[in-house]
Design a protein around this ligand. Sequence first.
Ligand SMILES: [Zn+2]
Length: 144
Amino acid sequence: MELSAPSAAASASQRCEGRLSDCGIRPTAQRVRIATLLLSAPQHLSAEQILACLRAAGARVSKATVYNTLNLFAAHGLIRQLSVDGSRAWFDSNVEPHYHFHDLESGALIDVPVPAVAFSRLPAPPPGTEVAGIDLVIRLRKKM
Ligand SMILES: [Zn+2]
């Protein structure tokens, strides 16, 4: 019997399966499906958007499962959870250090490279602590 070449979708999910294993996450079918969706491109998606995409594709998946899976991915460094406005959790497929523009009208998040930003003064961290990282969200609105 001749095996057919794997489709592009199959190889994308195989790549994601490998990335899950590399991060120490057991690659269940559900996890691979969520990882493939989020890691297919550099993007920022909310848990609600991911849930809507999965359901539109016919997946029967609960909100709790999606949240738990995304939190698991973030805890293992596969994706990054962003604190943008407190109303919803955003997940970033780009885990390299970077900052963000946040368009208040559209809700879109746009990556800002680290070298584009310079901090001229920061407070000294409290005794016994050190700065582990800095989050920066630059909020955008239409010019008046
Ligand atoms: Zn980003």
